[in-house]
Design a protein around this ligand. Sequence first.
Ligand code: IMP
Ligand code: MG
Length: 432
Amino acid sequence: MKPTITPHPEPNVTIVAGMQWGDEGKGKTIDYEAKDAKLVIRSTGGSNAGHTIIHNGIKYALHLLPSSIANPKVKSIIGAGVVIDPECLLKEIWRITGDSYVIKDNRLVISDRAHVILPFHKSMDKLYEELKANKVGTTGKGIGPCTADKMNRVGIRMGDLKHCTESELRAKIKELIKVPNDLFSLYGYPEWKITEEEMFVKCQKYKEILSYLIFDVQPIIAREIRKSSKIVIEGAQAFSLDIDHGDYPYVTSSNPNASGLCSAAGIGPTQVKCVIGVIKSYCSRVGEGPFPTEQPDQTPEDVGSIIRELGHEYGTTTGRPRRCGWLDLMQLRRACEVNGVTYLCVNHIDTIGLIGQKVGKLKVCYTYDEGEAKYVTFDHSGWEIPKNCTNYDELPNEAKKYIEYIERLTDVPVKYIGIGPEDKAMIVRQDV
Ligand code: IMP
Ligand code: MG
């Protein structure tokens, strides 16, 4: 007899991915999309990310916890592809709970497959940067070195903290610290030498506090997939920082594009319903690397400085002033293709209006000529978003023209429009 095969459940996974160099405002989009979701899965990166969200009037600066953590109706998952600095995680949990390490009601689950960043990974990050002729300008959070250990198959995973016996864990630590200790002494940092005991004590501490959150998350995800529950995959970093598709070598060490996010979350592509590509109305970049539309920022009157001040473009993770410039539609077109973007979310439409007013014009890059950005100039001079604006028709005509130009050149509809930092300051076009 032929077996009966249950058909695939109706896809209901939404991926939220950055299209530029990070800091596009993904946190707010995720917070919005999570309103009717069952699960939110943070899928790649680590504490190099920084999301600022304002949920019900309370501001949260998050690095590792999913942006849904403030929402009691959602289960937040830190997925297999994340590299976790437990020190950072503990701090965030402490802050979000008030003053304890207890997140109630099973609201947070951490994949036992996620890798652990240990303090020496940050020293390695520093050392590698120092040794490089072309610096990447990493966040210094140990992301690259931890990922390299993962790829070299010597990493320690969250599940190891929970399940390994003392001798198993000590053996893993011994294996892991061999090469970094050699490098530290070779390159003149003997004081950075790590001892097995020191690492073991740290791992014991993480085990005691975090074990109740660490599980195999696959059964949890599979159950919701079977019911076609809404699941949101939370991206970190962005397309141009993708290790394969970004500006190599000035990239991060993961695949923050939509397919990479899907894989790192543990979800098959047939379950994806839509990909939301998030951009700002201008561009910013922290760290080194190409930036075709970058604007000068030597004096306060320079366009780069104006964008930075009006957009508050200082890193959430490192406090570094961000490099700023005009929107780059060449970058965006490519990002939309690689990510298979269904809808765009355009943030900072309020800010770009103010930038236009201050600069006297707005520019958008529509092509490159031998690597150099070519611009279309909008001859109007910016706008202000009216108070209590809640739908697309209430936006100033110039703002609509700006948005429709993005749609025309990318061939992707703009469904979400961010008009301020709060969770409510978002226009959602229902007709798109
Ligand atoms: P890493 O991820 O710390 O190794 O840094 C590699 C590059 O990615 C550097 O240019 C960082 O500034 C950049 N980067 C990493 N995470 C983020 C982010 O969340 N927002 C913006 N830039 C990031
Ligand atoms: Mg950020």
